[in-house]
Write a protein that binds this ligand. Sequence first.
Ligand code: GAP
Length: 450
Amino acid sequence: MAASTQPDVMDKLVSLCKRRGFIFQSSEIYGGTGSVWDYGPLGVELKKNLKDAWWRSMVRMRDDVVGLDAAILMHPRTWEASGHVAGFTDPLVDCKTCKGRFRADKLDDARCLQKPSKRPGEAEQCQLTEPRSFNLMFKTFMGPVEESASTVYLRPETAQGIFVNFLNVQQSTRQKVPFGIAQIGKAFRNEITPGNFIFRTREFEQMEMQFFVEPGKDMEWFEYWKAERMQWHQSLGLASDRLHYHQHEGSELAHYARAAFDIEFDFGGTLGFQEIEGIHNRGDFDLGRHQEYSSKKLEYFDQPNNKRYLPYVIETSVGADRSTLAALVNAYREEEVPGEDEGRTVLALKPVLAPVKAAVFALTKKDGMPEMAKKIAGDLRLHFPVDYDETGSIGKRYRRQDEVGTPFCITVDGESVNDGTVTVRDRDTLKQDRIAATALRDYLNERLGG
Ligand code: GAP
């Protein structure tokens, strides 16, 4: 892992996200649920924008990828076939003294619960148990009787819903290999050492795509998707110098992978570069295993060449929550404002991701200004999310919008009421344009696209 050159903004972001309604700890009034988070009014818009951008680029803009929304609960045999029952484990050690629980393979990164805190096992009092395998899948029961026959799992990845539906989708859509199936959905992992806000959580959303290709053409497609996915992260404004690839080699390679690269983002501070997306060449592992465990043929019939085969799969798998965190970290700035004593905190989010696209202000609460401003806000709201604010000084209102990443602020003043013009202030350049209120929609549309 490369060292970070970026500042640590995580604590500041956690506080901003709570204060402004992006992200709250789950069940906070009961003391919180460990590493589970709720998205507030602004957070849900931000994450939705990110998921929409992914869906648009992976499904809507392509004729070789189709969508799916498979159920979270799947037949338990799915997870035997996929290897998760036997192998989706972390080695766990407990400390009998401090009652801490740690991943045996990550002791160097962990701190024990005693003060002063040390690496677990380092202090004389530490009493670490032998490592034991801990399966990360959450179990629950289907039906009224809690017996092992009805044990089901909350899916730890969305991918298996795609594999088991491969032929359903291929035959119903008449897609020809190469083609892909994409889906966005919740996944659950009982992580031993979750943390870092929404970076590693027990309930999260994945955006996964499995691209089915002819064996032998897999590495060509692997390289194609590796480049495409990096370009997507850059298109959402993640700084190029904060992104790089990390290749999985040797024991790092998952049991199903013939080749794997992560796209890593530099989260700054001690977290540094961390995986946000995995691109895997899964070969025919998954379709082969499901064919074996279900005793149902999952081969593709290549009609022009009159041959049947199990396609190989190139997978792209990105966390919606982790990408949301990357977007927030990437966008967070504290800046001086020329000509003003107070600086500002700004989320320089790409407009396509910003939860609110424009805020409309009435300079004062009289002379017809609020009426005109509310009318403008109402008209624009038909096209994108808009905020209306008439409280506090204009400077304070700008700061409030900067902090949540609103790209444009529109002010209705005395002149507006007379001649129908308004000022539009750009979040990033701080420049103001005076334009006709009737031209606002086109003006904003032009600038919100990218
Ligand atoms: N189907 C392949 C798969 O699930 P993964 O590398 O385990 O691969 C893919 O996960 C992505 O899902 C990661 O790059 C990350 O963005 C996200 N992810 C995985 N575990 C997560 C967790 N506990 N919390 C938040 N996001 C997670």
